[in-house]
Design a binder for this molecule. Structure first.
Ligand SMILES: [Mg+2]
Length: 261
């Protein structure tokens, strides 16, 4: 999958074009200026924007499943869609354990972790695709003076590789793996990011794509912008759903509900 450099012209075009398409439920009155909401609908400017990485800002799932499929192929095991489904969104450690316990591979967890990690890292280093609207969303937050953090369960070496595509300058800080304490779904990484930014978690907006990440963000007390890549995130009073980040303005988001695709 080709990598996409930051600040591309296509990003600027999609950002501009999508401004006029911003809408929320309930519907924005026709006389409302593009990118703005009627009084009372916006949850207000967040004290900080805390973003998950995999699935939310970049599409690394394809590279991950290719790495799992390659290992299954090497072991002479089925590697079709059904075989890969349980590995979607799973951690390296959990996947290594699954390969032993459910696929019967005769290897240690450490060996399988190393093989998966090595292959996945090589694939990520070759480039990952940025999710639509992600860079513009981050840039808009920063232009509004909102501090930004990357909060990911991925290992540090993978995070640093992805930051080469996303642009490290787009983040005031990054929390990778267990750097913030226990990993998601525990609230630790979000609490750590908010603390380091000097923000009250309740005033922070977290962006997540999976139930595990959403649980971490909500447990930390953050508002949640859910951009699901897998099912399972439940609606809630502080959870807003969006189909993508395209055209979203961090300063003009309702607290909950669903934004039309
Ligand atoms: Mg994710």
């Amino acid at each position: 999958m080709p990598s996409r450099p930051p600040d591309t012209a296509s990003d600027a075009v999609s950002d501009t074009a999508s401004d006029a398409a911003i809408c929320v439920a309930p519907a924005v009155p026709a006389d409302t200026a593009p990118g703005r909401l009627p009084a009372g609908l916006s949850a207000g400017l967040p004290a900080a924007l805390l973003c998950d990485m995999d699935g939310t800002l970049v599409d690394t799932e394809r590279e991950w499943l290719l790495a799992v499929a390659a290992l299954l192929d090497e072991e002479g095991l089925p590697s079709g869609e059904a075989a890969l489904a349980p590995f979607a969104g799973a951690t390296l450690a959990d996947s290594a354990a699954r390969l032993i316990e459910q696929h019967g591979l005769r290897a240690t967890r450490e060996e399988l972790f190393s093989r998966l990690d090595g292959d996945f890292t090589r694939r990520v280093a070759a480039g990952v695709a940025v999710q639509p609207g992600a860079l513009a969303f981050l840039d808009r937050a920063r232009a509004l003076g909102v501090p930004t953090a990357l909060v990911t369960a991925s290992e540090r070496h993978l995070t640093d590789l992805v930051l080469e595509t996303l642009g490290a300058h787009r983040f005031d800080l990054t929390v990778a793996g267990t750097e913030g304490g226990r990993s998601k779904p525990y609230p630790d990484p979000y609490l750590a990011a908010a603390t380091r930014l000097g923000a009250d978690p309740a005033d922070c907006l977290a962006v997540e794509d999976t139930p595990t990440g959403a649980a971490a963000a909500l447990a930390a007390g953050c508002r949640l912008l859910a951009v699901p890549t897998v099912p399972g995130i439940e609606p809630g009073p502080r959870t807003l759903f969006a189909a993508s980040l395209v055209g979203l303005d961090p300063a003009a988001l309702p607290l909950s509900g669903s934004l039309p695709a």
